[in-house]
Design a protein around this ligand. Sequence first.
Ligand SMILES: O=C(O)CCC(=O)C(=O)O
Ligand SMILES: [Fe+2]
Length: 430
Amino acid sequence: FDIQAFLASKKKHSIVLPLTPSRYCVESNQRLLAAFDTMVEGISSECGFVPVTQSVVQEYTIPLLGDDCVLTFVPPAAPSLGDLDATTTTAGAPPMEFVLSLEGAQTTEEDFGWICQKFYESRATFDDDHGFQLLDLSSLREEVFQHVNSNNQPSHPGNLASDSKQSSHNNDNVMEQLFQTSLSSASNSKEVLQELQSKGFVQLHGGPKTSDQSNMNLSKYLLQKTGQGRKIRRDTVAFLDREQAKPCGLEGHCDLLMGMADYLNRHLDLSFIDSSTGYAPIAPATILAPLTTPSKIQAAEYGLGDFYVAHSDNSWYKDNKGEDSLTTRRNYRCYTAILYCNDDWEESDGGALRIYHDSQHYSRVSEAVTTDPTKYTDVIPTNGRLVIFDSKLVHSVEPVLTDRRRRALTVWILQPTDEPVLGEIVDVPL
Ligand SMILES: O=C(O)CCC(=O)C(=O)O
Ligand SMILES: [Fe+2]
């Protein structure tokens, strides 16, 4: 198999990944293929990989990305069997490589980043029980990073808020007004930020509302998307940048959410934190670790009976044996900001966002729910309401009890640091 010719024939995204077994094994390829199958199998319920071919070059479609999008996996060329036995060491042996490639008219760099991320996340399945480590994980991560960040992508996940195209659309007044004309208990923007920092979440009530027309257009757009896991969440989601939000008339909403990182960078200040609440506040952004703006917002729609079970948008990482590593978070998400779009939504309509207080430290999200099942705040998702919360906090979307749709626009504000995270490469769907 000619890898160079294969790569040349690919118009879209491909990456050649190094493979460094601790020892060569004649079965390396079968193992790698099996591991890839496991990965595909393991996440098929989540994002719906469908095998297209069953040959050496394996192809899958991913309904979430559209039918014309094909993921190809090319296993490495097998070392010639005559040269190697099952325990030959790698010293002096030629490097092995395999190829992941994504093709399809609509596929973007971010879709590919997502695939790479999935692949990276599943890395533990590549280690078998017999001492063969098929992948050198640090170089895999580096390769994936390099690839995803090439083509003039920023070198860090997320865009610096001040560089972002969106920030010019936003002026401080809009944000300042939003933060002032709120709100639960606070009466000025300083108090709002104080509340955010000492409780980990805050609700604002003066955000822009969506029109019926916008909501209908959004529904139409979302109708084309499928492939959500039905057990964990039942909503339909899509990711939109400013241009994609425009046809729905949602560019202003997009601007507001995208401008949030910039605003928080300049206004969060640990010095006025009240730490008596038990919540361990997030350190404010620094020059070295500013909050950043992702390239897209998420639009999600829930129908009658839809829900999202309790989860954290940035939980502690568990390895494949289910063991916790309380040193590593899954990603760089720092704050989740959600703008709701639903006129006249009442408590009795269900669909509340339930935020569990002080729940950022639990290694298992279920503990937050069972330990103190009464310590939560329900946010009613009414049109124009904005909620900002620490992405580590456990939260759920309670089942929707009305046949009206529940719509929400979300941005995950990132804080890329040098701390190890599991490997969310860019801010794309999890
Ligand atoms: O729509 C909401 O209120 C929350 C959705 C959520 O938790 C998520 O998308 O991660
Ligand atoms: Fe969430």
